[in-house]
Design a protein around this ligand. Structure first.
Ligand code: UN1
Length: 502
């Protein structure tokens, strides 16, 4: 581990200048200290926001394809340092190295997407009702964008936001989770290197703010930051949303999920089971897209539960462990609090549970400072209120249903609306599901997690309504302007045929 740690921390060019006492960063792998950092003071943040405003004023006038070139170079940097950054992701947030690499790949993918986008920030021409008038819709840079990210995707979610914001002509201020500041500093160093050789990039184009709630709150409340893009719990979103709205700012919220997979009578279980497994136990159940609920047709529920139970047992016995080991499938939870949350959820469901497989802490003697758990599979006869809440841990509830109407009702009953999936070979069931799923993501024969960057990512209801990453999500990072031009020589006509003759 020391070699990995050293090589990965080398990515942070000026780490020594950021050392301090108030932010202790530990690896969830074994609890060892990775660094002690200094949190930003209110004055530091004030200065960073002012610098961000100045940077925006320069960057907005750089042609968008040139802005894209900067992002292209960032993508090249990420390709060159993929392995070290992936290892740092694993060290700091505990996801298995294969997923750490996947996360950096997701950054590279969004860089490529944003480069293409930098030549396609298309507006509209609109037909005017008046002669010799031209109507347009123009998209203009917005301003400094505040990015608040969570520990579980410590780098990819920043890249979704920053790459789009940068090609859109915005500057960025990033407040990463206080649990994963090192990966943020590493990304910042890589971007700094690219900016250093890029004449048009102003100082302060992208900056990191280190700290917790207080530091994030200062960003949220500052009206010089027109967009706050925040990823995290619904509780966090409930605090952020109204504060940004109160100052007429724009927020892009990507909050909790409570994602389900429906397994119909016609499902191909060779496709369904692996998808459920990855969605449930992948990233130790710490994705906002993780599969929490499996809603199975009553004729298949015994078979599906038995197959999942056997896989969960096997994973719990031999596949939980050091996330840097290539054979490990489930790394540690982020911290003790996450472990206690899992214990609490399993305790709360006990009275309703028909059967519980797995659960509980493991590998305590090998890693006394790490919180490793056996993934838990819980069989229920019906959905209970207890599972309306998201628990950020590998717990999967299996619930039977009789017909698709009932399945959809169970599916949509929870307050969150991020990701959903149906496993079926019946096109009618698939299309019905897509029409009635109340989530932002609705997949067929694909699990709930692991979305590609090309689609808009986000969800409805308590998930917050935001859309990030692909499709036309870039529009959140720009302001829309409607412009009407009259190029005639006669007295100008008024819209709606109004006469106003003096
Ligand atoms: C998150 O958990 O916040 O779709 C993001 C997925 C990943 C992103 C997850 N591409 O699972």
């Amino acid at each position: 581990m020391p070699t990995t740690q050293e090589a990965s921390l080398k990515l942070i060019a000026n780490l020594d200048s950021m050392r301090g006492t108030d932010l202790l960063v530990c690896s969830p792998i074994d609890g060892t200290e990775l660094a002690r950092l200094r949190m930003d003071s209110a004055q530091d943040i004030e200065r960073k926001i002012a610098d961000s405003v100045s940077a925006f004023e320069v960057w907005r006038d750089v042609p968008a394809p040139r802005r894209g070139e900067l992002v292209r170079l960032l993508g090249e940097k990420l390709r060159a340092h993929k392995e070290e950054l992936a290892r740092l992701v694993t060290l700091e947030c505990g996801k298995i190295i294969e997923e750490g690499r996947g996360e950096v790949q997701e950054m590279i993918d969004i860089c490529d997407f944003a480069v293409g986008l930098s030549r396609q920030l298309y507006g509209l021409t609109i037909q005017s009702e008046r002669a010799d008038h031209v109507m347009q819709e123009n998209w203009l840079p917005l301003g400094p964008v505040g990015i608040i990210s969570a520990f579980n995707f410590p780098v990819a979610v920043w890249a979704w936001n920053a790459c789009l914001a940068l090609v859109c002509g915005d500057s960025c201020l990033w407040k990463p989770s206080e649990k994963t500041p090192l990966t943020a500093l590493a990304c910042q160093s890589l971007l700094d290197e690219v900016c250093r050789d890029f004449d048009e990039a102003p100082k302060g184009l992208s900056q990191v703010i280190l700290g917790g709630f207080e530091q994030g709150n200062q960003l949220v409340e500052d009206s010089r930051v027109p967009l706050i893009s925040a990823t995290g719990s619904t509780r966090m979103g409930r605090a952020v949303g109204p504060k940004v709205a109160a100052r007429f700012g724009r927020s892009l919220l990507e909050l909790g999920g409570n994602n389900a997979i429906i397994v119909t009578e016609s499902a191909d279980l060779d496709i369904a089971i692996p998808s459920i497994l990855f969605g449930s136990v992948g990233t130790a159940g710490q994705r906002c897209t993780s599969t929490r609920r499996v809603i199975v047709h009553e004729t298949l529920v015994d078979e599906v539960f038995a197959k999942l139970a056997s896989a969960f047992r096997q994973i719990g016995e031999s596949k939980v462990g050091d996330p840097l080991e290539p054979t490990t499938l489930v790394g540690p939870l982020i911290d003790e609090q996450a472990f206690l949350g899992m214990e609490h959820a399993l305790e709360a469901i006990k009275p309703d549970a028909v059967e519980i497989i797995g659960g509980g802490r493991t590998l305590q003697s090998q890693f006394p400072g790490g919180y490793y758990v056996r993934p838990a599979l819980v069989r229920l006869n019906q959905q209970s209120k207890v599972i309306h809440e998201e628990t950020f841990a590998p717990i999967t509830y299996v619930i039977p249903y009789r017909d698709l109407v009932e399945a959809m009702q169970i599916h949509n009953e929870v307050p969150q609306g991020l990701s959903s999936a149906i496993m079926t070979t019946d096109i009618r069931d698939a299309e019905t599901f897509k029409r009635y799923s109340d989530c932002g993501i609705a997949n067929v024969n694909i699990g709930t997690s692991g979305a590609e960057i090309g689609g808009a990512f986000g969800g409805e209801k308590e998930t917050g309504g935001g859309r990030e990453s692909g499709s036309d999500s870039w529009k959140a990072y720009m302001r829309r302007q409607t412009s009407t031009t009259y190029f005639g020589r006669k007295k100008p006509a008024l819209a709606q045929g109004i006469h106003f003759d003096v």
